[in-house]
Every structure is written in C-alpha cells, then in structure tokens.
Design a protein around this ligand. Structure first.
Ligand code: ADP
Length: 186
C-alpha cells in the first residue's frame, strides 16, 4: 500500500522476483485491458481518467479470477488492492476460499510534495492519462479518504510493515527486504 506515486509498482516487481511469486497489479491489469479495448478496459478507463476508483464489484471479480490462475497458487503479491474497506472483506473471503493467508501488508510512506513531482515526471515518461495535476490531486484525496483507513485495519491485525519510501529505489528495496526477511523467518 501507499499513496499514488509511492513507488508501489516498482517495489512490487522487486519483491515478487525475490519471493518468486507473481505481482498482481490491479492498475496494470486495468491499463492492459484499456489498451486492448476489452469491455472491462472500457469500463475501467472511464474511472481511471478521472482518478476515481473502479467500482468494487468490477475490481473484486477481476482479482478473484486472477488469483485463481495456476501461477498464483504458491502465493502472490497484490499491488493496488485492496483499496477500500469493502475490498478488504472481499479479499478475506477470497483467500479463505483459495486456502491462502495474508502474511504481511507493506505500506510505503512518502512525502506528499515529493509525490506530485514524481507523478508529473512519470506522466512524461509513461504517458499515463491519469498523471495530470488535477487527476493526481483527486487520486491523493481518494487515497486519504478511502484507502488510508486500511492501514489501521491491518495494523490492528498485526500485519503491517511500514517502510520509508523516500530516497533511491534501491535503498527502499533494501529496507523492504530487510523487514520482510524478518517476517519470513518468524
Ligand atoms: P497508483 O499506484 O498511481 O495509484 P494504480 O496503477 O495502482 O495507480 O491504479 C490506477 C487506477 O486504477 C486507479 O486510480 C483506479 O482508477 C484503478 N484501480 C486500481 N486498483 C484499484 C482498486 N483496488 N479499486 C478500484 N480502482 C482501482
């Protein structure tokens, strides 16, 4: 978890490689569908361009199908899901069904000012349509309203690992690995 621009996608890839599990990014799946012009992509795109969350029903169903794929059987990393309290409940149900359990929830903490700069820079590199200043602001607002409360939920469950997401990508990765290896050994 972490606000838009916290570096979730980048770090998710490193963590997934380290533990040899797939990184499942809801944002990436939505974007791939949007590019391919599938019905799911067309629906998701309407919300994404405005910085709004795709409705829970759509997102939950997509994740349910994805974690049912054979490559997710040994375990998986979710990037960008859950983002709402309803999704937390839904995920609990899904993994109870598949026989998985949540080991850890990593939250990347970053400075709000730094983030807008990072995202505007990303928009130049990647050309994401949701990286304009207005839309970034809306995504930050939604994160604060809808997603930040999840941090407390997972803290109460004793699953939370908070990582300072500032600085070099490699340094952040090292911080994450150091914490996760402790979790993996316990
Ligand atoms: P970021 O990490 O910068 O916030 P993502 O790539 O994770 O961006 O997500 C991009 C967009 O995809 C979100 O703004 C939202 O519209 C949609 N999305 C991704 N994950 C979810 C989710 N779990 N629930 C609802 N919408 C989502």
């Amino acid at each position: 978890m972490g606000p838009p621009g916290a570096g979730k996608g980048t770090q998710a890839t490193h963590i997934a490689d380290h533990f040899k599990i797939p990184a499942i990014s809801t944002g990436d799946i939505f974007r791939a569908n949007a590019t391919a012009g599938t019905p799911l992509g067309q629906e998701a795109q309407r919300y994404m361009v405005a910085g709004e969350y795709v409705p829970d029903k759509v997102t939950n169903l997509m994740v349910r199908h994805r974690i049912d794929e054979p490559d997710a059987e040994p375990g998986f990393l979710l990037d960008g899901y859950p983002r709402t309290l309803a999704q937390v409940e839904e995920l609990d149900g899904m993994i109870a069904f598949t026989g998985h359990r949540l080991d850890v929830v990593v939250v990347l903490t970053v400075d709000a000012e730094e983030i807008v700069g990072r995202l505007l820079q990303r928009s130049e590199v990647e050309g994401r349509t949701d990286d304009t200043e207005d839309v970034i602001r809306r995504r930050q607002e939604l994160y604060a309203e809808e997603t930040a409360p999840l941090v407390e939920v997972y803290r109460d469950r004793g699953l939370l690992v908070e990582i300072d997401g500032m600085g070099e990508v490699g340094d952040v990765t090292t911080r994450i690995f150091t914490s996760l290896d402790v979790v993996a050994q316990s």
